[in-house]
Design a protein around this ligand. Structure first.
Ligand SMILES: NC(=O)c1ccc[n+]([C@@H]2O[C@H](COP(=O)([O-])OP(=O)(O)OC[C@H]3O[C@@H](n4cnc5c(N)ncnc54)[C@H](O)[C@@H]3O)[C@@H](O)[C@H]2O)c1
Length: 254
């Protein structure tokens, strides 16, 4: 049984994880931290993590970029494994997390979905096999409340392709203002927004004769919660260091 301290426990992801841990033999949320109180939660919730006097095994954070420096410090001082899932972190915050990873095990992935991380690996392999013969395009779709475009995950996919092509491709986000044919060194990234789409990503390798498509479709937010819980279990007992979902996926590809 892994006992979890949940930062951002009153948010959408926090509540999803709390629900997943109910009647669960492997994980229990024993305490949380949030600036907002929620009557739904059955464990003690602190506004300041340093007030927590409950024993736990690992910290999972789905909060807000501004909250991450404090929870990182708390993780380092508690000596417990730290799973950081919050996105849009500043360079300073990331530097703080890297510093903490010298003394505690830290797990950070901007996309905690196991399947999406498998997709990164498949895209890496496909790029090796199909570039430069094929043009590569990424299409992503999300709900109509999403603020950023393209999605952070689309950019992570683009970065995998970039690594495999020696940074030869230029990311092209929006073609409406460029009345010109596609050049060979473009990596097109297109965003669709509407309704309640949780997250769709498709990578297309397009040659003159055929199209190879690799796609991922998130069916529920729980996919990220499940990844975070898997990460917490993975970290318990690990040496200090900086781990990511790629470490878990690499095991599967061995
Ligand atoms: N890595 C992934 O796979 C993944 C998946 C989903 C969401 N996210 C990220 O996780 C974060 C949370 O997502 P969400 O959808 O649950 O957001 P949300 O806005 O629903 O919840 C965030 C929670 O954090 C709380 N919070 C704000 N300041 C805090 C502080 N100082 N201390 C403690 N709690 C604080 C808020 O009150 C809120 O309850 C976002 O950055 C989001 O992009 C990452």
């Amino acid at each position: 049984m892994v006992k979890i301290f949940l930062n951002g426990c009153s948010g959408r992801m926090g509540k999803a994880i709390a629900a997943m841990c109910k009647n669960n033999d492997d994980f229990r949320v024993v305490a949380g931290c949030d600036v907002v109180k929620s009557d739904e939660l059955t464990f003690p919730v602190y506004e300041n993590p340093n007030d927590c006097d409950v024993e736990f095994d690992a910290i999972i954070d789905f909060s807000n970029a501004k909250a991450v420096p404090m929870i990182t410090q708390f993780a380092a001082s508690s000596g417990k494994p730290f799973v950081c899932c919050t996105t849009a972190l500043t360079d300073d915050t990331i530097a703080g997390i890297l510093e903490a990873s010298k003394t505690i095990p830290v797990f950070k992935s901007a996309n905690m979905s196991y399947g999406m991380n498998v997709l990164f690996e498949l895209v890496r392999q496909a790029t090796k096999a199909l570039y430069p013969e094929s043009d590569i395009e990424i299409v992503e779709a999300h709900h109509n409340r999403k603020l950023d475009a393209p999605s952070g995950t689309a950019l992570m996919i683009a970065d995998v392709i970039s690594e495999e092509t020696d940074n030869a491709l230029e990311y092209v986000y929006d073609r409406h203002s460029a009345n010109k044919a596609r050049s060979k060194n473009e990596l097109g990234i297109t965003s669709i927004r509407g309704g309640n789409i949780i997250g769709e990503h498709e990578v297309m390798f397009i040659s003159d004769e055929e199209i190879v498509k690799i796609s991922h479709s998130a069916q529920t937010r729980d996919v990220f919660g499940k990844g975070a819980l898997t990460a917490a279990a993975f970290l318990v007992g690990k040496k200090p260091g900086y781990y990511s979902m790629q470490d878990i996926v690499a095991e599967a590809f061995k």
